[in-house]
Design a protein around this ligand. Structure first.
Ligand code: FAD
Length: 305
């Protein structure tokens, strides 16, 4: 199937883009990489009368480092993150996440703003940007807003954006040198959306004390327990989920202390599931998420190899 007919506008400035979107009213939509919107239009699940193409607006393509981190223009493609053509303030997390999205052709067109506005919890950016506590900056004819990604994503394909509002930038804070990160995407084959997606950010206690090779004293213990930890899970519920109960189970230990099976119970609690009432499909999904979280933890500990 092909998309129904639509009016196509390609503004050169942000002012023009927000005006065109406002003029189009409820029947207008912006298009960025088109990697989610076009398939949806082809299936006739969306039939906008006017498409406002953002790719001609230079201001939306620009990224810059700031004293506290970086701001990425909304139409920055996944590939520009992957190949570090934009500043990376996360010591590798953003390029790593981008490299796992779809196929090269998808990464070449798809954009960070489009992915967040689309709000698919199986996609990389919603979970990664939630874990990083990123903020989107938006613009409409009524003015500008700053919305934390954690408040932007309201559910499957549902965000806090107004119909006439577009994302202009995504702001990411610089990760502290002491912060460890790990990410694991479970999917059947490369290029597919995640069946489970976990991101770990945290601080480990690296100060060992006792009798080591160099005698009694203090040294860096690469296996130090997690002191602070944030766990985020994608592809499990309608939006990225913070796993507070699982975090508590992990804190004070490492992945070596916890087999994936021991994460199932806290995970069920985080997901609001009653273990005793689950059918085999739901149990399988839970076990998949437990393995994913465990692998992300191991990645953050550098113990995967
Ligand atoms: C075969 C295939 C495999 C894929 N695999 C993955 C994957 O593994 N992981 C993954 O994360 N994604 C995957 N994707 C999705 C891809 O990353 C999309 O590019 C992305 O989700 C949407 O970005 P886009 O720029 O293409 O947005 P578009 O398709 O242009 O738009 C998507 C939605 O966002 C809105 N929008 C776009 N830009 C803005 C903006 N600046 N402000 C407000 N609203 C905006 C549009 O109106 C539309 O509603 C895949 C897609 C395909 C086709």
């Amino acid at each position: 199937m092909k998309a129904p007919a639509f009016r196509y506008r390609r503004p050169a400035t942000l002012d023009e883009a927000v005006q065109l979107l406002a003029d189009a009213g409820d029947d207008g939509k912006v298009i960025a990489g088109g990697q989610s919107l076009v398939p949806i239009m082809n299936m006739r699940l969306a039939e906008p009368e006017t498409l406002v193409d953002l790719t001609g607006v230079d201001a939306l393509r620009t990224s810059r480092e700031t004293p506290s981190g970086a701001r990425y223009g909304a139409t920055t493609t996944h590939m520009r993150f992957e190949y570090e053509l934009v500043p990376d303030v996360t010591r590798g997390l953003l390029p790593y996440a981008a490299a796992g999205i779809g196929y090269p052709a998808i990464r070449n067109r798809g954009t960070v703003g489009g992915s967040l506005a689309h709000s698919d919890s199986s996609a990389e950016w919603p979970t990664v940007m939630s874990a990083l506590d990123a903020t989107v900056h938006t613009r409409s004819v009524r003015g500008t807003r700053a919305i934390p990604v954690r408040e932007l994503l309201l559910g499957f394909f549902t965000t806090a954006l107004a119909p006439d509002e577009l994302i202009t930038e995504v702001e990411v804070r610089r990760l502290a040198a002491s912060t460890r990160w790990g990410m694991y995407k479970m999917c059947r084959k490369p290029g597919e959306f995640a069946e489970s997606l976990a991101v770990v950010l945290g601080e480990r206690d690296l100060g060992g004390r006792g009798v080591g090779e160099r005698g009694v004293g203090e040294w860096d213990d690469p296996n130090g327990p997690w002191q602070e930890i944030e766990l985020w899970l994608g592809a499990a519920t309608d939006r990225p989920l913070r796993l507070r109960t699982t975090e508590a189970a992990v804190r004070g230990g490492t992945s070596a202390d916890l087999e994936p099976a021991r994460l199932v119970e806290p995970l069920a609690e985080d997901m609001g599931q009653d273990l005793s009432g689950l059918d085999s499909t739901a149990r399988y999904a839970l076990q998949l998420h437990a393995v994913t979280v465990h692998r992300a933890l191991r990645a953050a500990e550098g113990t995967t190899g």
